[in-house]
Design a protein around this ligand. Structure first.
Ligand SMILES: Cc1cc2nc3c(=O)[nH]c(=O)nc-3n(C[C@H](O)[C@H](O)[C@H](O)COP(=O)(O)OP(=O)(O)OC[C@H]3O[C@@H](n4cnc5c(N)ncnc54)[C@H](O)[C@@H]3O)c2cc1C
Length: 297
């Protein structure tokens, strides 16, 4: 018997709306048959592999505001949905102000893939393994969404409902993600454990951002986000609170990393076992915290 692991791409109609209003109306009219796409690196692979067969693919790359990357010191960074990851990496504003975001993009697959793949596509795909989501969470990203009733905003922290599931309603199109100015004196790191150094999804991903904060008893705030260890990208709030309330030391880092590991609910899959994943969260969180502490001092 021959198993066809990669069935051919099914037929579909390519739709290229000119306005956001048209795009939202079309997507709302065909909630089960139409799908928006940006780089298509998730959409086309899922279609090729037989997981989905939308009748209409709606290209949202050329709509208002989706292609701009804009930074100003008081307002922060607004990253259009269609800006590909190589553009994010090459941006001087990102390099200076949000280097962690560029680092997270660089961890995704290959240069070739990143000429298509976008940060917003990575977010909307809602895989718990999405490599750029952690950086977007620790920088407190807010999504700009256009729907049939116009624009609204959604904090990224409230966006994920489960694997592949988000708060988006039929007709909703994410046009951009906005980040407030980065915290003064911050340092960030993304530690990705994959099966190889190139082009693999994370077995575990740990993002850490730290910065001085006079309002905490430790004098510092650390934000942490975990990939591939829960149904959604995970912020281990207890670990963050522990770090804010205890003097900085290796023992504090170990304790916080234990809390981060306890917050996880990983699964066994082809890339790693649940116990291994939880152990790696602990190890990589300690490593990330130590690295950030070294840079902050
Ligand atoms: C070979 C290969 C290697 C990969 N390696 C990695 C990796 O190392 N790390 C990683 O995180 N990912 C990886 N991926 C997955 C993928 O490349 C990323 O998730 C990418 O960021 C998706 O961006 P995109 O623009 O291509 O999204 P698309 O495929 O265009 O869309 C992704 C999802 O978002 C929805 N969507 C798109 N645009 C919008 C919008 N504006 N509003 C609302 N919903 C929208 C689509 O309907 C779809 O469900 C890999 C994929 C491939 C094929």
């Amino acid at each position: 018997m021959t198993i066809n692991a990669h069935p051919a791409l099914p037929e579909f109609d390519y739709i290229r709306p000119v306005t956001l209003e048209d795009a939202s109306q079309f997507l709302a009219r065909y909630p089960d048959e139409a799908r928006p796409f940006l780089g298509g690196t998730d959409v086309f692979v899922r279609m090729r592999d037989g997981y989905s067969a939308p009748k209409f693919l709606v290209d949202v790359k050329n709509l208002d505001g989706t292609n701009s990357l804009h930074f100003d010191k008081s307002g922060g960074l607004t990253l259009g949905a269609a800006v590909n990851m190589n553009r994010v990496i090459a941006s001087p504003e990102v390099r200076v102000n949000y280097p962690l975001l560029g680092e997270a993009c660089r961890s995704v697959a290959s240069y070739q893939l990143r000429t298509r793949a976008t940060v917003v596509g990575n977010i909307c795909n809602a895989s718990p393994a999405g490599d750029t989501i952690g950086a977007c969470l620790v920088f407190k990203g807010v999504l700009y969404i256009h729907g049939v009733d116009g624009f609204h905003q959604e904090p990224l922290a409230a966006f994920f409902l489960g694997p592949g599931r988000t708060t988006l309603e039929p007709g909703d199109i994410v046009t951009a993600i906005h980040f407030p100015p980065p915290p003064q004196g911050c340092a960030g790191v993304y530690l990705k454990l994959g099966r190889n150094k190139l082009s693999d999804l994370a077995i575990v991903g740990v993002t850490v951002l730290g910065y001085p904060d006079a309002g905490t008893s430790s004098g510092y705030l650390f934000r942490i986000a975990l990939a591939s260890v829960a149904p959604v990208p995970l912020v281990p709030a207890d670990a963050e609170a522990y770090l804010a309330n205890h003097p900085i030391s290796l023992e504090t880092f170990r304790e916080a990393a234990g809390l981060a590991a306890s917050a996880c609910s990983p699964i066994d899959d082809v890339r790693g076992g649940a116990r291994y994943r939880a152990a790696m969260v602990r190890n990589l969180t300690i490593k990330g915290l130590e690295e950030i502490w070294r840079r902050l001092r």
